[in-house]
Design a protein around this ligand. Structure first.
Ligand SMILES: [Fe+2]
Length: 125
């Protein structure tokens, strides 16, 4: 059963989708089951750093990927960064050449963050 905020990918066409309301059915694309992204964390880090770093500041939070800036090249970059709490999610999409970070204006600074690397998948802090 799919659950809210889970993210799935089609291994055939590359579609990526997020669940807004979980249901009993299996998510299918291009005739086969979609793959659930597991949220990776600090213990999964390799040479490149992906875990989002959250910095509270005046008026919001800055999210950086990661402790060493992640590459932002055409073939390997951070596609989006998201902040999440129980009731809210807010996502900023990035492009190659931009810095691997973004600022979210928000009152609640007790948030978690997720980011999606187009090569290394979904990461959470
Ligand atoms: Fe990466």
């Amino acid at each position: 059963m799919a659950q809210r905020k889970q993210i799935f990918k089609c291994e055939v066409c590359g579609n990526i989708t997020e669940v807004l309301h979980g249901g009993e059915g299996e998510l299918v694309c291009c005739g086969q089951a979609m793959t659930l992204f597991e949220e990776k964390a600090a213990a999964d880090e390799g040479k490149e750093k992906h875990v989002p770093v959250i910095e509270a500041s005046e008026g919001g939070v800055t999210i950086k990927v990661g402790s060493n800036p992640h590459p932002m090249e055409e073939k390997h970059y951070i596609e989006w960064i998201e902040i999440v709490d129980d009731d809210t999610s807010c996502r900023h999409f990035l492009k190659p050449g931009q810095a691997p970070e973004t600022f979210f204006e928000c009152k609640n600074k007790n948030v978690s963050a997720r980011e999606y690397c187009n090569v290394h998948g979904l990461w959470k802090s």
